[in-house]
Each structure stands twice: as C-alpha cells, then as structure tokens.
Design a protein around this ligand. Structure first.
Ligand code: BGC
Length: 738
C-alpha cells in the first residue's frame, strides 16, 4: 500500500515541478487570443449568449436532455452540468461539432471528494493535515472524471466555516485560513496538474465566491455581513491560494455579502478578482443564483437580474436563463454593451482552449471502464481515509482492539450503511462499491472472532425498540464497537442543524451500553463538529471518522485494530454547546479577556469559554513530547525571516505520526490581532523512542496581515510563537520585528 502511495506521490511531486513551465506554456499558447477574437467576430449575439449558458443534464442517467441536443447543434448552449459518462458526453459533443462554428461543449460535474472512488469528505481529509494526500485524492478524482468525459469539476470548495450548524462545513477544510489555503492550493494542483488539457486532469473551480460559509445563524443560503478587512484576512486567502495555484474558474455564491448578492457584486467579481488578482478565467453563477437576485430583492425582474450580473462581472449562468433570454433586449436598450458580452465569451473560450477542447473535443471511450475504481485508487482511498481519522479519547488504551478478540458486538445503524459512509456529495460513487465498518471489521478479523451486529436503531434513532437486542449483543460479547453520528444527508447542502448533538435517542443507546459495564469504543461518523459532552466525559474511547468514503470500513478497521496508528487533528473546533458558536481558536483579542476571578470579563455564566476539543487536537496510540524550542534570532527586520525549531520525540511504545504545529501571536497591531494563528505544520513519523528536530520558517507572508486600509503589512513589534500538538498547548517563545 505504502509503495503505491509513494509512487503516486512522487509522480505528483514530479509533475508539480513541471507545473510552472507547462502551465505557462498552455497559458501562452501562440495566437490563442487572436483565435478567440476571430471566433467572436464571427459569432452572432445568440451564439455568444449560448456560450454564457449552462444547463442541467439528467442526473440519474448522466445523459443530455433532448433540448440540449437541439440547442448545441445550433451553437446556442456552451456547457452542461451532470452530463457525464464517456458515451453520453461524446454524443452531446458530436452535436456541438455539427454547429456552425464547432465550439466545443464544456461538461461539468460536482467532483467534491471523488468521482467513482470516493475519498473522505473534504473536512475529514483536512484532518489529515496532509495537503499531499488531498493533492493525490484530487488527482485520482480528476483521472476518473476525465475518463468519464467530465472536464470541469465544481471544486475545491474553499469556504472558511466557523459555524458547525452550517451543513456545508463538511465540504471545506474547516475554520482556519492558513490550513484552508494549503488545502485549496493542493486540491487545485491535484485536479489541474501541470496542464489540465491532459486526459487525466480536469479544470477546477474555487467556490463559493464569497463568504458563503459565514451564513448568519449557520442557516444555509442565509445573508452574510463581514467587514472588508475580515474578508481580506480570513475569507479571501484560500481563494487567493487557489488562484495562485492556477485555478481558472470561480463560482459566485448564493449569499448576499454586506447587502450585495455575490452573483452581482462588482467589487468581488471585478475589482478584487480581475483588477487586483489579475484572474483571467471565468466565473459561473451557482445553481439559479442569477434568478435568485429577484428573490433577494436586488433585481426587479429577469432582465434586471441579467444586466446586474453581467455588468458586475459574471460570465456564465447555471440553470436559470435570464442572461440568455434577456441579453438581446438589454443590448438593444443599451443597458448592456456588446463589449461586456464579448469579454465574458472571451473568458469562457480562453478556458476551452486551455482545456484542449478545440484540438480534441472527444473523450477516449476505452479509458472509462479501466480507470474508474481502479484497485490503486481504492488503495489510496483507504490510506487517506485512515489518515483523516481523529482519536478524540482513549482511556487506558482501550484502542486498539486486540485482533484475537473472541466475541465482538457491533452496534449502530451507521456501522452497516453503504450509503452513509460515502458522505454527502459523493460524485458518481455507488453505494454497492462501499465497504461499511461492519464489513471492514469482518475483513480484518479471522473466522475465530464471533461478530454480533445489532443496529439498535436507525441513524435518526427515534424508535428504541431495537435497543434490547443490541444490549443483548453487547452483554454476550467481550468488546463493543458503537458506531454513532449523523447520516450522510444530515450534513451537506441545505442540511443545517440547530442542535448538533447525536441525533435522536442515540445517546440513550450509548448510556445503556455503558451501563452493562462491558468495554466499548465509539466510532463517530459525521460531517460537522458535534456537541458530544457526555461521550467526552464518559466513553472510554472515541474515534472520529467523518464520512470516510468507498474504502471507509476497511480504513476504520485498520485503525481500530492497530494496523494504522491514528494521526489526524481537528481542522475545526468542537464546541461544548451551540450557545458558544461561533467558536474558533483564532478569535481576535478582547478588551476584557477571560478572568475566572472577575465577573466583568468576556465569558458565559453557564458554560466555559473553552471548546470541548480544540482546533488541531488529536491523539495517537503512542505519545509525543515536544522540547527544546529555539529561534534563529530574537529580532528580525519586517522583510526578514526566522526559523523556529523544536525537537519532537516519540516517547511511547510504537511508531506514530505527530502533526507538529506552529502558531504565532502579534501582540500589538494597528488592528486587533487574533490570540493565536496557525502558520505552519508538519507531519512527523517517528519510531518508538525516536527524536527529530522540526524546523519552521516564518517569513513576511506569515507575519503580516491586511491593515485597516486592506494593505498587506508586517508591523514592527513583539510576537509570541508556540510549537505544539494542538492550538491549546505548546512551548512558547518570543521575538521582535524591528
Ligand atoms: C451548490 C454548488 C454546486 C451546484 C451544482 C449548488 O446547489 O451550491 O456547490 O456546485 O449546486 O451542482
């Protein structure tokens, strides 16, 4: 397994070395702009508006709809989503090749955590703190997608999310800007590679631009109100990282931001993206978000919505047809200039050229069957899933479970659900391909273990009539694995929750299991932080496994039985109660910081300020110790850099991997600074007793921030620095920028 992993990793490393030059070559193909202009000169207005339109295919079959064929033949439709499968795609593409100008059609699909081989949900993958793993899973997803005719994925989702009520927190890398930026770039590299015209790469899309993750009250599609400065410091950087990694499309979000719907926001779509960041790709709306400008009360009617979106800098409309059907009228009325339409067409054609579609519009139909779910893809999915698990608690070394356990009970409906383990946005994944936790355990243990499976209740757990049978299984067995949490549909789009505890009466089930006095461990499956106070207090062991994907069950068994030592860390804070939300580790300092002895400081009467589990937290089956913090200098210039080194030692009895984390605090700033900020991390694998020095470099990019004028500055002053195992511990040092 390791061999395959390292083979693919070295391939990725090699290709990313070539990335810069090849991307540059593809970007600078001779005469592309001239070819685009020549095409535009020949296009009718209707054909231009066709390029700006994307319509939805038939999701279950992946086929284009009859009207798509009609439109495509006439050159009146430039793109579809959900049309996939090499045969389906080629059929529609053949129709496009019958059109007057033969502009190739662009096929998009949501490949969020895998196409057919499903990887852990992105939040879980971020828990690996291993951007290389994300690069690899995105690469495999790209390879499968392109073999199935999909040239464009609506990923990565790079929204910072600090509210676990918001179901879509599952789709991103969590709450932290630095970690989010690393994963954003890695996923873009994985999808696009050095040249996304290749048959194993796809065009990526950074979404949702912007601040979608800040939906008020954690309710999906809700309003956001974020200061420009917080946008620059917190919400923009993962998008900027995606752009710098070469992403060539963005998706505008559903939400309004500071009063302007993102789909018609000239400041974000044009001033920031095009003028400041020099982005030369195109922006697609989210699903009917142009139409929704009317619901927002921002546009009067269809034509107004189209005009507002296009003039703001939107290029392609997904599903609704306001731009397509009102464009001619708007041009006639001089509310929209031909130059604006031409520019949108130009951006879209540019990317179709970069995709190589003009040279080769078709998909090689012989690739699909041998690429999808290839054995090496499943192996990688298993390894990455195991890396994503976070050991939250492990009293008295409850885990790993002995492989020679005689009788084992497995309880919980999620333990044997093929649908749920695939997670919320599972591409073209098939439940039949998935390995459940129960199956993974069976695969791991020989015939000498008697396994008793009893769900107890379904995931909603409203009906307790199955509890007795489950408790009998527990009493009759030596050890119990209790699989609890959310069904896949409880997180993801349109799946916000106001109560983020275990659903229904699951907690009653655990309490009853605990009451038997038999040993047990909890395996959690969920797409968001949960308020699991009782479990944290009372359960002997908790393994967080998110939604682990096609090979999830095998990966869970690898960790439960000790073949893999868990190494994941939380990419998001687990609060104690919903009342603490938003709770994130890098909060700005307050004027009255917490003081237990002073009532008039920032706190609650009924709950501590601290989280249940902090950002960056996660245990291992071994122990690590960090010592000997040393800085290369006590003082540096604002444009200088310094190294921070510490020793990390495996003081336990078996090999393991620790994610060593570097945090800083800028003590005094021209704007209030966060109490701590992640600025580096490294996965370090050590044998029992082994010790190694880990060195981080702090450069101006890590030390600076956007000031009140939204200018990036490194300000002179004192800094603190920590090297630790989570955001809540670490050895502390200090230095000065002068
Ligand atoms: C989601 C997007 C997704 C699009 C297309 C929307 O509802 O917000 O993330 O890419 O649908 O499926």
């Amino acid at each position: 397994m390791r061999q395959i992993f390292s083979r693919i990793v070295s391939f990725i490393l090699l290709t990313s070395l070539l990335t810069t030059t090849l991307v540059a070559q593809r970007r600078n193909q001779p005469n592309v702009e001239a070819k685009i202009n020549a095409l535009i000169a020949r296009m009718t207005l209707a054909e231009k508006l066709g390029q700006l339109q994307q319509l939805d295919g038939d999701f279950p079959t992946g086929a284009g709809r009859p009207e798509h064929f009609e439109m495509v033949k006439k050159g009146l439709l430039g793109s579809t989503l959900n049309v996939r499968g090499a045969k389906n795609v080629n059929e529609l593409q053949r129709a496009a090749m019958q059109s007057r100008l033969k502009i190739p059609h662009l096929f998009a699909f949501d490949v969020i955590h895998g196409y057919r081989t499903i990887f852990p949900v992105p939040l879980g993958e971020a828990a690996s703190f291993d951007p290389k793993a994300a690069e690899m899973s995105s690469y495999i997803a790209a390879k499968e997608s392109r073999a199935a005719g999909v040239a464009w994925t609506f990923a990565p989702m790079v929204d910072i999310a600090r509210d676990p009520r918001w179901g879509r927190i599952v789709e991103g890398a969590g709450e932290d800007t630095y970690l989010g930026a690393q994963f954003a770039a890695a996923r873009v590299r994985g999808f696009q590679g050095p040249d996304y015209s290749r048959p194993d790469r796809v065009l990526a899309c950074a979404k949702h631009w912007v601040a979608y993750g800040a939906a008020q009250a954690g309710r999906d599609y809700n309003t956001t109100d974020i200061s420009e400065n917080t946008l620059y410091n917190v919400y923009f950087p993962p998008f900027k990282a995606a752009k710098d990694a070469g992403v060539d499309t963005f998706m505008s979000s559903f939400n309004s931001l500071n009063g302007i719907p993102a789909t018609a926001d000239r400041w974000t779509l044009t001033d920031v993206l095009r003028n400041q960041w020099k982005f030369d790709g195109f922006v697609v709306s989210d699903y009917t978000s142009v139409m929704e400008l009317v619901n927002h009360g921002y546009a009067r009617d269809e034509a107004d919505a189209a005009q507002l979106a296009l003039n703001a800098g939107l290029d392609m409309e997904m599903v609704s047809r306001f731009m397509n059907q009102n464009g001619e009228k708007l041009v006639k009325e001089k509310k929209l200039s031909m130059a604006t339409i031409d520019e949108a067409v130009r951006r879209i054609l540019r990317i179709k050229f970069r995709l190589g579609l003009f040279d080769n519009p078709y998909t090689d139909e012989s690739l699909e069957a041998k690429t999808l779910l290839a054995p090496e893809h499943r192996k990688a999915a298993r390894e990455i899933a195991a890396e994503s698990f976070v050991l939250l608690k492990n009293d008295n070394q409850t885990l790993p479970v002995r492989k020679n356990v005689k009788e084992l009970a497995v309880v919980g409906a999620l333990a044997d659900s093929k649908e749920d383990i695939l997670g919320s946005w599972n591409g073209d994944g098939k439940a039949a391909d998935a390995v459940t936790v129960l199956e993974g355990i069976k695969n791991k243990l020989g015939p000498n273990t008697k396994i008793r499976y009893a769900p107890g209740c379904d995931a909603k757990c409203e009906d307790t009539s199955g509890f007795d049978k489950a408790l009998d299984a527990v009493r009759d067995s030596d050890f119990t694995i209790l699989v609890l949490g959310e069904s896949a549909g409880m997180s993801g789009e349109a799946s916000s929750r106001s109560d983020i505890d275990l659903p229904g009466r699951q907690l009653e089930l655990v309490r009853a299991v605990a009451k038997t006095g038999k040993p047990y461990a909890v395996v959690l499956m969920n797409g968001r932080p949960l308020t699991i106070n009782w479990l944290a207090e009372n359960s002997p062991a908790i393994l967080e496994t998110w939604f682990a994907g096609t090979e999830g069950g095998n990966a869970v068994a690898d960790v439960l039985f000790g073949d893999v030592n868990p190494s994941g860390k939380l990419p998001v804070t687990f609060p104690r109660s919903v009342g603490q939300i938003p709770l994130f580790y890098n909060q700005p300092s307050t004027g009255r910081p917490f003081d237990a002895n002073n009532k008039y400081t920032s706190k609650y009467l009924d709950v501590p300020n601290t989280p249940l589990y902090p950002f960056g937290y996660g245990l291992s089956y071994t122990k690590f110790q960090i010592s000997n913090l040393r800085l290369s200098a006590k003082q540096i210039a604002p444009n200088g850099s310094l190294t921070v080194t510490a020793d990390v030692e495996n003081t336990g009895a078996r090999e393991g991997t620790e994610v060593v984390q570097l945090y800083i605090r800028d003590l005094v700033g021209s704007i209030v600074r966060p109490v701590k900020e992640l600025k580096g991390f490294e996965r370090v694998t050590l044998k029992a007793g082994e010790k190694r020095a880990v060195t981080f470099t702090l450069k101006p990019e890590q030390l600076g921030f956007y000031n009140a004028q939204n200018k990036f500055v490194v300000e002179p002053g004192d800094f603190r620095v920590w090297v630790g195992q989570s955001s809540a511990d670490g050895l502390e040092g200090s230095f000065t920028v002068k």
